[in-house]
Ligand binder design. Structure first.
Ligand SMILES: [Zn+2]
Length: 52
C-alpha cells in the first residue's frame, strides 16, 4: 500500500503496485492500530512511516 504524501486522513490509499484504491488513510491507520500484526501490516506501516 501507498500512504498519501499529504498525511490527510481523508486521502485515499492505493496499492503501490497496481494503484487500486484500498481505503482511506484514516481507515488504514485504524487498521494498523486495531489488528494483530501480519507481514502485510508491517509492510504497510513501513510505507506509512517512510516519508517522515
Ligand atoms: Zn495491487
Amino acid at each position: 500500500m501507498r500512504a498519501p504524501s499529504t498525511r490527510n486522513p481523508d486521502e485515499k490509499v492505493h496499492c503501490a503496485s497496481c494503484r487500486a484504491y484500498i481505503c482511506l488513510y484514516a481507515e488504514a491507520l485504524e487498521m494498523l492500530e486495531n489488528t494483530p500484526r501480519s507481514e502485510d501490516e508491517k509492510l504497510m506501516e513501513d510505507a506509512v512511516n517512510r516519508d517522515k
